[in-house]
Design a protein around this ligand. Structure first.
Ligand SMILES: O=C(O)CCC(=O)C(=O)O
Length: 238
């Protein structure tokens, strides 16, 4: 469970670091599975300009260890402090494992949702130590409180963002293998560039509180804690 101060920090700054959230054995199994799928070129994958696999997509449809990580009880406890008891993991945002090789293409500052009223909580599970050399995550604290945008990526293309000098307020977030970074989906962030010859492996997942106003089952979401309870005003009285 998170402390009241950690919850406030997350809500106020838009992120929270949680050390030692994943046990070494789970981290090792995830890394081994990612490297096996990369070697096999198991689709769907994202490749860089040289054809190298830099990301495995749709990990929740791959080996059970990815689902095991997404539902790791200490992670669900942490999420419960922020999202309440009924939680869904989404399959159509994130749901990927990243190798972050040194490439010519840099990640841009982006958001993971366009508007706050249906944002999501992004969880980055680090499988290797990350630092400024190998491209730790960079975030602009507090930027989740700024207005919504009509774009996800290249947030600087929005004039007010470009004129705000905000992106130069970004801070690097070094983390260790097994740590988890929780982010409000609206916080500006990016993967840092990797200047080494090694991987910087991580897995990113998106979570929501179960949507009380959605009557139907949604195949793009998996309930990972509690139940999905419809609470719309149009429910028939008992
Ligand atoms: O891995 C990171 O540092 C950032 C991840 C991210 O932005 C993403 O997966 O969308």
């Amino acid at each position: 469970m998170l402390t009241r101060e950690e919850i406030r920090h997350f809500r106020h700054c838009g992120y929270l670091k949680r050390p030692d959230a994943l046990p070494p054995a789970l981290v090792a199994e995830l890394k081994e599975t990612i490297l096996t799928d990369r070697a096999a070129g198991a689709e769907p994958v994202v490749r860089d300009e040289n054809g190298r696999v830099v990301r495995l997509s749709q990990v929740l449809d791959r080996a059970p260890v990815f689902h095991q990580a997404a539902t790791h009880p200490p992670l669900l406890n942490i999420l419960g402090s922020l999202l309440g008891p009924c939680i869904e993991v989404v399959k159509n945002r994130h749901n990927h494992a990243t190798l972050n090789l040194a490439t010519g293409t840099r990640d841009t500052y982006h958001r993971d949702a366009v508007q706050w009223s249906r944002s999501l909580l992004s969880a980055i599970l680090y499988l290797e130590d990350t630092n400024l050399e190998n491209g730790c995550t960079q975030i602009v604290p507090g930027s989740h409180l700024l207005p919504g945008l009509d774009l996800l990526h290249k947030v600087e293309e929005e004039q007010w963002v470009a004129e705000s000098n905000l992106l130069s307020q970004a801070i690097p977030v070094p983390m260790s293998a097994g740590d988890i970074l929780l982010m409000d989906g609206l916080v500006f962030h990016r993967i840092g560039p990797n200047y080494t010859q090694n991987t910087r492996m991580s897995m990113t997942l998106g979570y929501h509180s179960a949507d009380e106003l959605r009557p139907e089952e949604d195949p793009t979401r998996i309930i990972v804690s509690g139940t999905r309870t419809y609470r719309g005003n149009d429910r028939k009285p008992n």
